[in-house]
Design a protein around this ligand. Structure first.
Ligand code: AMP
Length: 128
């Protein structure tokens, strides 16, 4: 598989886990799509709803996305809200979170920006 990032061609070995799922090389459950992003169910859910909203272009983290492609950032948030509504998380008495882990100390394990849409249970605060 080849993908491009800001004019640079990426080889298969360079593709991120989420690019490979989006490309169909690795199994994944895609639940919604938008122009700039794809929503896929997390393989190790931490709540009844745990969906990742992933940009099609593999920006490494949310601050890079915000700086380089604000339209895609807005689109990603809209997709997250659409997923939350579809999953019943915007109904009366419900609630949900959109979480971006950014950097190793925050627990980011995949260097391709993704927001976690989490809900369906009481969510504690502060987060761990
Ligand atoms: P983070 O730790 O914030 O980078 O989040 C990465 C997320 O990707 C974790 O919640 C993982 O459970 C999830 N994940 C890892 N591999 C897969 C996969 N093959 N399909 C779906 N989600 C995955």
């Amino acid at each position: 598989m080849a993908a491009t990032l800001r004019g640079k061609t990426l080889r298969v070995a360079d593709a991120t886990l989420f690019q490979r799922i989006i490309a169909g090389e690795i199994p994944g459950e895609v639940v919604a799509e938008s122009e700039h992003a794809v929503a896929l169910r997390d393989i190790a859910p931490t709540a009844p709803t745990h969906v990742l909203v992933v940009t099609r272009v593999p920006y490494p983290d949310v601050e890079t996305l915000a700086a380089q492609d604000p339209d895609a950032l807005v689109d990603l948030h809209r997709l997250a809200a659409r997923v939350a509504e579809r999953e019943g998380l915007t109904a009366d008495g419900e609630g949900w979170r959109l979480v971006f882990n950014s950097g190793p100390r925050a627990g980011q394990s995949v260097p391709h920006v993704h927001g976690h849409v989490i809900g369906g249970r009481d969510l504690g605060w502060p987060p761990g």
